[in-house]
Design a protein around this ligand. Structure first.
Ligand code: HEM
Length: 402
């Protein structure tokens, strides 16, 4: 099941990114477009009720960054930065250079927009830095301290948050550099993380991605196209504060996986930890990937087929008063640690209309220990208010900043 849709653009999406060259080449030889040029030409709209990069399919490459405002930057400078960022994001998502009349870095030349999305958010500290304390959403209350957290403060939080996703690594890095350049003098990168997912076209058909533990991950996500589910992911039009209408709150956690320990477990043990089959993600209570798990079904030994501490039992909405979030993560691998273990895991991103009815109650339970938690380390954390999508002519966050 794919999240939302992205559309393959026509010539407009191709022209300025330079993929027109590759496309024209194959067209001249009257060959059907190759998978690569289809991938490059896909665009995601910048304008809309919600910002791109939430309900749209997760791309193969991602960058997550936080910026802190410079000491002498206030609300006015922040507004000007969001205007510049929005303009650059809109252009790059359409396959155009980020700025008029300026020499571009050239990193994305020859490529189409490749499903590029740029998503902007505000951290709690943004509101004090800009004198906007009276507009601070209650939903941005600091996350509780979880007992198993081992958080690096330098890689947590921040005034401004940016998520970049693209199906081409050079397109993603190009966007990162362009946005960093627009921030010069106003805000500085506080931390940056790079992540990845499977590339489109790598599987026989679009499939739910796998994480670095090898599990099919994302099966039981709420569906942003379903009205009831969407209300749990996005702040409604009548919601408070009004500048957050159509927006969402994102919780980001850098979760390292203890992969050496994990890989030593038998397939049977690994499947018990999650409550799903590794091969196809089907629940251990039977059926296929999208069959609803039956948490009450017992095996021949009289024990529940989905164990009491299985991750899907502990996290399921029915175990948590309906708590729901849209998980749209990237995997990460940042080399190896001194002890030789991979520094790898999940850049977990959970989207919800209210973190107190999404991430927080579920993480409180996971923190007490499900079967998966002993293989995980939460190392960085952030919570950001991601406003609704911009209308034509608007910049992201305008309803907050003006
Ligand atoms: C389900 C893996 C962390 C919440 C799942 C599934 C897998 C998985 C394989 C089953 C397939 C699916 O429905 O997507 C992981 C891994 C994690 C992690 C590897 C850390 C590296 C978390 C955290 C939370 C969370 C921190 C929330 C605080 C959920 C929820 C479900 C789920 C809500 C769906 C449960 C259901 O309704 O069936 N996770 N997870 N997970 N996970 Fe996680």
């Amino acid at each position: 099941r794919l999240l939302g849709t992205a559309s393959a653009a026509g010539a407009a999406g191709l022209a300025l990114g330079g993929a027109g060259g590759a496309w024209a080449h194959s067209a001249a030889q009257e060959e059907p477009p190759t998978a690569l040029s289809t991938l490059g030409s896909t665009t995601v709209p910048f304008h809309g009720t919600h910002q791109a990069g939430i309900a749209t399919p997760a791309q193969a490459h991602g960058h997550l960054l936080a910026f802190d405002l410079a000491a002498d930057s206030g609300r006015k400078q922040a507004a000007a930065l969001l205007r510049r960022w929005s303009d650059a994001a809109r252009r790059m998502m359409a396959g155009e250079p980020p700025r008029d009349g300026e020499r571009d870095t050239g990193i994305a030349l020859d490529a189409g927009p490749s499903s590029l999305t740029v998503t902007f958010g505000f951290g709690r500290t943004f509101f004090t830095r800009t004198g906007l304390e009276d507009r601070l959403p209650t939903q941005l209350a600091p996350l509780p301290d979880f007992s198993a957290d081992a958080l690096d403060k330098k890689r947590s939080d921040g005034d401004l948050w940016v998520q970049i996703g693209a199906d081409d690594a050079l397109v993603a890095f190009h966007a990162l550099r362009a946005l960093q350049r627009e921030a010069a003098g106003t805000a500085r990168v506080r931390w940056q993380m790079t992540g990845f997912n499977r590339s489109p076209g790598a599987t026989d058909r679009p499939r739910t991605v796998r994480n670095l533990m090898g599990q099919v991950d994302g099966t039981n996500n709420p569906d942003p196209d379903d009205k009831q589910d969407a209300e749990k992911i996005f702040v409604p039009a009548s919601g408070e504060p009004s500048w957050m209408a159509g927006g969402s709150y994102v919780v980001q956690r850098r979760i390292r996986m203890l992969l050496d320990e994990w890989d030593e477990r038998s397939l049977h043990e690994q499947e018990k930890v999650i409550g799903r089959r590794k091969s196809d993600g089907a629940p251990l209570s039977g059926g296929h990937e999208h069959t609803d798990p039956d948490l009450d079904k017992l095996g021949r030994d009289g024990q529940p087929l989905i164990a009491g501490n299985a991750h899907i039992r502990v996290t399921a909405p029915q175990s948590n008063g309906g708590a729901t979030m849209l998980r749209r993560p990237f995997s990460f691998h940042d080399g190896f640690r001194d002890d030789g273990a991979p520094d790898a895991g999940l850049l977990f991103l959970a989207w919800q209309a209210d973190p107190l009815r999404g991430f927080v109650p579920v993480q409180r339970k996971l923190d007490r220990g499900d079967a998966l938690s002993r293989f995980l380390r939460h190392e960085a954390s952030g919570l950001f208010a991601v406003p609704g999508g911009p209308l034509k002519g608007e910049y992201v966050g305008q309803r907050l900043l003006e």
